[in-house]
Design a protein around this ligand. Structure first.
Ligand code: GDP
Ligand code: MG
Length: 311
């Protein structure tokens, strides 16, 4: 399949269109996509506003460009804007080299209860089939770090050196979520060493199957960006090797289905189905040979019958 920005945009519009005939077309399209090989590695880049998430994404895109890897970027940060690549240093903009196979879509609003918009979910779902890597930028303030775990295989938390961000995250209990920690704006080695020491001290007593790498990086001086790329890839290999990629993907599919049920019928409809547990049960009753889009269609159909009181 060719990597065409216009075709991707058209496909996203189709998925988001709720008219029944358009939904049928979308299902057919998703069926075709599901038959294509290996979905992408989805990487969530989260952290407080202004820490340099968009800048880091721009640098990761630039690093990947010569390899020809296909990248999708979904930015939920309202300040993110796409640029043609000319306006270097422009705040909040994600830079894309003009010939690189990169598709960027920004979402301003959050209409889904509890965080990521459904459009963002759909975009990740589609891009996962078309790209090698999908980067998802979300602003990390409280709830949304947990949210990004619903779409990302690997979550990178970006913080600033000596900002106290990390202590706040530990207090708020969101430190369970990230798989990789990046301290950005560590523009030189001396600063980087101190920044890493600070984070490692804060996380000193961790014992986990995946020991979380802590990297001090700089989107401005490119310090340790290749190490960041490697750490992200290493986490993906860890997920594959331990068989957790599949279970994460299954959890993501359910989170997506729950979100769609809430979108269709609101909290009342979700409750009528028995909440997340009810959706999970319905989901697992669909044929395992079906792809996620077909299973979701069956679940939503069931929701409509339940709410109308039909059997
Ligand atoms: N010194 C320094 N500034 C940076 C670095 N990365 C980003 N910035 C600056 O920090 C500001 C916010 O960056 P942005 O990428 O928009 O942050 P986001 O809100 O997390 O996406 C911009 O002015 C960037 O130029 C870095 O590594 N070092
Ligand atoms: Mg940003």
């Amino acid at each position: 399949m060719r990597f065409e920005r216009q075709a991707i945009a058209a496909a996203l519009n189709l998925i988001e269109d709720r008219r029944p005939d358009r939904q049928q077309q979308a299902l057919t399209l998703l069926d075709e996509l599901a038959a294509l090989p290996a979905p992408a590695h989805v990487v969530g880049i989260t952290g407080p506003p202004g820490v340099g998430k968009s800048s880091l994404i721009s640098r990761l895109i630039a690093l990947a460009a010569p390899t020809g890897r296909r990248l999708g970027v979904v930015a939920v940060d309202p300040s993110s804007k796409v640029s043609g690549g000319a306006l270097l240093g422009d705040r909040g903009r994600i830079q894309v080299p003009s010939q690189a196979p990169v598709y960027v879509r920004s979402f301003a609003a959050r209409d889904r209860l509890g965080g990521l918009s459904r459009e963002a979910f759909s975009a990740v779902f589609l891009l996962r089939h078309l790209c090698d890597v999908v980067l998802v930028e979300t602003v990390g303030v409280g709830q949304s770090e947990t949210d990004v775990a619903h779409v990302a295989d690997t979550v990178v938390l970006v913080v600033q050196p000596f900002s106290g961000d990390l202590l706040q995250f530990i207090k708020a209990g969101v430190m369970e979520i990230p798989d990789v920690l990046a301290v950005n704006k560590a523009d030189d080695e001396a600063l980087a060493r101190k920044a890493v020491a600070e984070v490692k001290a804060a996380l000193a007593f961790e014992r986990r199957p995946w020991s979380r790498p802590v990297l001090a990086v700089s989107a401005t001086t490119d310090l340790h960006l290749e190490a960041l790329e490697k750490a992200i890839a290493a986490h993906y290999h860890h997920l594959v090797a331990t068989g957790t990629l599949e279970s994460r993907r299954a959890e993501q599919a359910i989170a997506w289905a729950v979100g769609e049920v809430v979108y269709e019928l609101g909290r009342v409809g979700l409750a009528a189905l028995g909440g997340t547990a009810g959706v999970t049960a319905l989901w697992s009753r669909q044929p395992v040979t079906w792809n996620d889009a077909r299973r979701l269609a069956a679940v939503l159909n069931r929701v409509h019958c339940t709410v109308k009181g039909e059997e």
